[in-house]
Design a protein around this ligand. Sequence first.
Ligand code: SAH
Length: 464
Amino acid sequence: MKKSFQKILSKSEIYTINITGLTHEGQGVGKLDGFVVFVDGALEGETVDVKLIKQTKSYAVGTIVDIHRLSEKRAEPFCPAFGRCGGCSVQHMSYDAQLEFKTDTVRQNLKRIGGLENVQVYNTIGMEKPFHYRNKVQYPVGSCGADVKIGFYEKGSHNIIESMECNIQPRESSDISEVVRGFFASRRISIYNEKTGKGFLRHVMVRIGFKTNELMVVLVVNGKKIPKAEELVRLLCERYENIKSIIVNVNTRSTNIILGDKNTCIYGQEYISDYIGKYRFNISPFSFFQVNPVQTEVLYSKALEYAGLTGNETVFDLYCGIGTISLFLSEKAKKVIGVEVVREAIDDAKKNAELNGIANVEFLAGEAEVVIPKLYDEGIRADVVVVDPPRKGCEEVLLKTLVAMKPARIVYVSCNPSTLARDLKFLCENGFEVKEVQPVDMFPWTGHVEAIILMTKCGSEDKK
Ligand code: SAH
């Protein structure tokens, strides 16, 4: 019979635990009298003294009081806010150790959930310089008396940790946020209060085109016009001549969603541009755009390699977003059909194809699991299918249609190793085999794991 937790664990006592694993959020996992304990900041192989801060019937959460045996994978976090900020979760691990952890996470999931014992998982492709890799930052704004605070939310709360140099954000962003902070503080323009729904400035968003160096600043406000906006524009543009767009976004709703529906451009144009590979994209405040453009190019190049195109193939790009993978594949394919559930993203995808003069792509709005069975019934088939689903993975009805369609190759891009493993298991039980598994680090210093997989029909001689 299971012991009751309440009987054996006390919050005032200190327990010694051996850490035997890590969760994907980077928490150490150990056992105490048979029960699982999650410990923030502890690494596999370490022995730690912990105090318990939470317990349920099946697990407990502890904080470190002391570490007896340090893992050789441990590194000094570079950010003073590490542990408090809701951003990075594995800065206490060396970058090499993170990459190993991500490779291992994929391998373990494929084995445990997918029953795939013998597939080789390549080492995670990391970044040469895993800093300032993001092209977008969204700062919440708050106030403390007359003081204006701009920064990041504390882990698990909406308290703001004031903006410090953040080593994963664009270099210019903390400086820009400081200009905005100074402007609003000195003009005594009010700051939005989530609890009362009153006050003016809510968020500051900065986007940058890595290849174009174009900057966009978006001020999200609970109202219509920023008083003396022309002064703020002057202050910002004096500082950065590469600012191409300053936008006021109106959000008067009581919601956690950052952007409201209405944009007014108060300087320059309504979008900035950037490139992935040789393809150009126009990015508005609302546009979805991969946040790590350097690794996106690495990932998409793998997708192109795994697709093995010769110029005669029809390709489905499912969960296509704004059509980035579709454009990447279009040059080597006869035709690409992109499918995506968000209609605005499909509108952007069509514009992006036009912007790049690409005519052999078609974009359809709808759920992949509805659109693809319909196309299949109409006799439309793909030789190569790329899927890049959200965390919940693919619906079984979609996978069943792919099994019936029998494309020569399936390229699966995944941001969640457990649903990936589930879906690969289904495909492997139904005529496909895994040829290549390549994790790519899209989000250094966080526990996020992304991987790309090549599958072919069983027994096919199709080689990369
Ligand atoms: N391939 C794109 C986007 C991947 S993110 C890129 O690389 O940029 C996953 C996308 O799947 C999101 O754009 C989301 O809106 C979309 N999506 C979610 N559920 C879907 C479904 N059932 N059918 C089609 N698209 C879906």
